[in-house]
Design a protein around this ligand. Structure first.
Ligand code: URA
Length: 437
């Protein structure tokens, strides 16, 4: 087999065999296929697409290109969740304890933040003592006893995807549905998931700008799940503004705790309950409608919060911090930001807010940067609210003032206004299941 022939076949619109796809992925991971050849093939895929079968084969080849997490020691159906969001996305901190409170195992590997996106691991580490690394035996034991453990990614999961993603990033080939879908799904499969719930965002702050594109991506991932024997459901949610009000590590822990006690922002609670219901449904715990009712109850009656405390304690975190949020890392000053225009807010660009939070020290411009856990942004207004010039739209939590001016102008730019009252936007715009295709 020659990579030259595989490139030519895809260039001419042919369908690659499983063997050809495996040859490419194994050769590229091992360094036997050069970047310029991989670039040509990826561009041919970008232009000519891939069939469902090819996409599933690519996913499995990438999943098997490195370590495969062995979670067979965990009892029960392991349902993982993945969000294509990134700014202000603290859903794992609420969804994981909610699901675990039903005795369904949550064995999650999460990431750190980079650029404008935050990461669950950084957020959890703002709780004093919280350990996000542990031996696999301890990880499995925690899941089997309290049904929840969340750790940073270990091992060499899907190295082919890492290499290909970096190549796509510099060859204008990121935005291809089969390539995105196989990239995301390969990591979930290598991470040991039996079933997967995807939170696919659409809107200005999302990877997929339109609802149509988000649905197409969701369908492609659900199709992969079907073809590789992992039950997969996608929730399509609106990202024309950040979820909830908080952006920044400790600030997001605070919002997650408020939500776990039944006092969170409505949009955030809605998305968390939807995701948890879909996960529990895949784990065989009943219908989503009945589950949603019960999930709201568990946020109100303290069950979810108790599970979160148990989880924090099991990973070495100081539970008194969760009981008294004043003990979380904090900022020296709080700078209010005021509206420069009057009107109905029609958009709050999440990416700009993510960059502003990063500039304040809440995120990393490069992987080695240290994080300031106490800084970030709390929104005072949401899309569809009316504001007059001078109304407060956000508070910035600041320690290092050197980047304050840049952060403030980004926040001003993130808000857009219009004169007419806005229809309330649908938050959950659809659920895509395997049997609907
Ligand atoms: N996220 C991923 O993990 N992969 C992509 O290709 C795009 C977004």
């Amino acid at each position: 087999m020659r990579i030259f022939d595989i490139i030519a076949k895809k260039r001419d619109g042919g369908e690659l065999t499983k063997e050809e796809i495996e040859f490419f992925i194994q050769g590229y991971t091992a360094g036997a296929i050069e970047d310029y050849q991989a670039s040509a093939l990826v561009m041919a895929i970008y232009i000519n697409g891939m069939s469902k079968r090819e996409t599933a084969d690519l996913t499995l080849a990438m999943a098997h290109s490195g370590d495969m997490a062995d979670l067979s020691g965990i009892n029960g159906v392991k349902v993982d969740k993945h969000s294509t969001g990134g700014v202000g996305d603290k859903t794992t901190m609420v969804v994981a304890p909610l699901v675990a409170s039903f005795g369904v195992p949550v064995a999650k590997m999460s990431g750190r933040g980079l650029g404008h996106t935050g990461g669950t691991i950084d957020k959890l580490e703002s709780i004093r003592g919280f350990q996000t690394a542990m031996p696999i035996e301890k990880f499995i034991e925690n899941v089997n006893t309290i049904h929840i453990a969340v750790v940073g990614q270990t091992g060499d999961l899907a190295p082919a995807d890492k290499k290909l993603y970096a190549l796509r990033d510099v060859t204008a080939t990121i935005s291809s549905i089969p390539l995105i879908a196989s990239s995301i799904m390969s990591k979930k499969i290598a991470g040991g998931a039996d079933a997967i719930v995807l939170d696919v965002k659409f809107g200005d702050g999302a990877f997929m700008k339109t609802l149509e594109d988000a649905k197409t991506l969701a369908k492609a991932m659900v199709d992969i799940g079907e073809m590789v024997g992992r039950k997969t459901v996608a929730v399509i949610s609106n990202m024309n503004e950040p979820l909830g009000l908080a952006i920044g590590n400790a600030l997001e822990v605070e919002e997650a705790v408020a939500t776990l006690k039944g006092n969170g922002p409505r949009d955030f609670e809605t998305v968390c309950v939807e995701l948890a219901a879909q996960m529990l449904c895949l784990a065989g715990k009943g219908s989503t409608d009945t589950l949603k009712e019960e999930l709201h109850t568990r946020l109100q009656n303290g069950v979810a919060f108790e599970k979160f405390k148990e989880f924090v304690a099991a990973q070495g975190g100081d539970v008194s911090v969760i009981e008294n949020l004043d003990l979380l890392p904090s900022a020296e000053s709080v700078e209010p930001i005021y509206a420069k225009k009057s009107g109905y807010i029609n958009k709050i660009e999440a990416e700009k807010l993510g960059i502003a939070s990063m500039l304040l020290g809440g995120g990393r411009a490069k992987k080695t940067d240290l994080i300031d856990y106490g800084v970030g942004i709390i929104l005072n207004k949401k899309v569809a609210d009316f504001v007059n010039v001078g109304d407060k739209i956000a508070d910035l939590y600041v320690n290092d003032r050197s980047k304050l001016a840049d952060a403030v102008s980004l926040i001003d730019e993130a808000f857009s206004y219009q004169e007419e009252r806005l229809e309330e936007e649908t938050l959950i715009a659809g659920i895509i299941r395997g049997d609907e295709n």
